[in-house]
Design a protein around this ligand. Structure first.
Ligand code: X2X
Length: 342
C-alpha cells in the first residue's frame, strides 16, 4: 500500500467512526422536550416560554423541539412540585418562579422576604450580581443547568372588600397565597388569614368568594382579568418580587452537542431579556399605561406614602428576622449589601 492509499484508508476509517458517533448522538435526541411554566400566552411568562422554544427550534433546524406545558400541567397543576419533577426528569426544561421552587431550595425564599427589594434596580442588583451567581451554583448542584433570569414581577396585594392602606385594613381578610410558608407568616403578621393554594385553584376561590384577595404581579392581574373575579382594590406595596429562572435538566443538557447547548443558552438569555422588558411594561415610573388601564376597569389603585409603607415593614419585621435564619444570614447580608450598592 502506498503512503497516500494508507492515508486514505485511515481517513475513511476516522470518518466512519465520527459518523457513527454523530448518529448515536443524534439518536439520543428526543422528539419533544417538555418545558413547564405556570401560565401560558399571553402572560409575559408564557410568551417567554414560546419564544425560547421558537428560537431553539429555528436555530437548531428542528433538532431540538421544545413544547411548552403551561398550567404546570406536567405536575397536575401543583406548581410547588415543579422543581422535583424537573430533577427527576418528568420535566425537561422550565421557566420557574423562585417562589414555586423555594420549598425545595429554601434559599430561594430570599426573594419573598418582605420589603427586601425597594425597586427594580434592587431586583437587578440581586439577579445580576453575586447573589444571582450563588443561586446558579446552588441550582447546578441540584441536577439542573441554570441559564438565565427572567421576571414575574413585584407582587401587589388585591382584594374584593376594601381599600388597603394600613395593616389594620387587612385584619380578617382571607388571602390566597402561594406555597411557601414564608407567605403564611407575612400575611399572618399583618393580621390577615392566608390560605395556600395553587394558581389553578386561586381563580375559582376568588370567584366564589372563598377568599377575599390575593397577591400577584399586575401583568397576571390584567391578563387573568382578576377584576372580573371581584378584585376591585389594588394596593401598590411592592412587598416582594419573584424572578423567573430558565433551566434545563442536567441529563437532557448533557445529551446535547456543545453547539446545541450554546444555542439553547443564548436563546434562553434572549427570551429572558425580552421577558423582563415585557414584565415591566406599563407599570414602571415613566410608563404607567397598565396602571391606567386597570383604573379604567373601575379598580381602585392605592399608592402608599413612605409613612404608610413603613407600617407594613414594621409589622413584618419579625418575619424578616425569622426567615433570615432559615435562608442563611450570610446570603441575606450579601443581598442587602448588593441592594445598598445598587
Ligand atoms: O401562583 C402564582 O401566584 C404565580 C402565577 O404568580 C406563581 O406561579 C408564583
Amino acid at each position: 500500500m502506498t503512503m497516500s492509499r494508507r492515508w486514505l484508508f485511515a481517513a475513511a476509517g476516522a470518518l466512519a467512526v465520527s459518523l457513527t458517533a454523530g448518529m448515536a448522538a443524534a439518536q439520543a435526541y428526543k422528539s419533544e422536550y417538555k418545558l413547564s411554566t405556570v401560565v401560558g400566552k399571553p402572560f409575559p411568562w408564557g410568551i417567554a416560554g414560546e419564544r425560547w422554544g421558537d428560537l431553539v427550534r429555528e436555530r437548531t433546524q428542528g433538532r431540538i423541539n421544545i413544547k411548552m406545558y403551561p398550567g404546570t400541567s406536567l405536575v397536575g397543576g401543583d406548581q410547588t412540585k415543579e422543581f422535583t419533577a424537573l430533577r427527576q426528569g418528568t420535566i425537561d426544561l422550565a421557566i420557574g418562579s423562585t417562589i414555586n421552587w423555594s420549598p425545595q431550595i429554601k434559599q430561594l425564599n430570599l426573594f419573598s422576604m418582605p420589603f427586601l427589594m425597594p425597586d427594580y434596580k434592587a431586583i437587578d442588583a440581586l439577579t445580576q450580581g453575586p447573589v444571582g451567581k450563588k443561586f446558579f451554583e446552588l441550582l447546578s448542584a441540584r441536577d439542573v443547568v441554570p441559564l438565565a433570569w427572567g421576571e414575574n414581577g413585584f407582587r401587589e396585594v388585591t382584594n374584593s372588600k376594601r381599600e388597603i392602606k394600613s395593616p389594620d385594613d387587612m385584619k380578617g381578610l382571607k388571602f390566597r397565597v402561594v406555597g411557601s410558608p414564608l407567605f403564611n407568616d407575612t400575611f399572618s403578621a399583618l393580621g390577615a388569614n392566608p390560605t395556600q393554594m395553587s394558581w389553578a385553584d386561586a381563580q375559582p376561590a376568588l370567584s366564589t368568594g372563598a377568599v377575599d384577595g390575593q397577591e400577584n404581579p399586575l401583568t397576571i392581574f390584567t391578563v387573568a382579568k382578576l377584576h372580573t373575579v371581584g378584585q376591585k382594590y389594588v394596593t401598590l406595596w411592592g412587598y416582594v418580587a419573584d424572578p423567573l429562572i430558565f433551566v434545563v435538566n442536567k441529563q437532557v443538557w448533557a445529551s446535547w452537542k456543545p453547539e446545541d447547548q450554546k444555542i439553547v443558552r443564548e436563546a434562553a438569555m434572549q427570551a429572558a431579556k425580552e421577558n423582563i422588558v415585557a414584565a415591566r411594561k406599563g407599570i414602571v415610573p415613566g410608563d404607567d399605561a397598565t396602571l391606567k388601564e386597570i383604573a379604567g376597569l373601575g379598580v381602585t389603585i392605592t399608592r402608599l406614602s413612605p409613612a404608610e409603607l413603613k407600617a407594613f415593614q414594621t409589622a413584618t419585621k419579625p418575619v424578616y428576622e425569622k426567615w433570615t435564619k432559615e435562608i442563611g444570614p450570610d446570603l441575606v447580608k450579601m443581598a442587602e449589601d448588593s441592594i445598598a450598592k445598587r
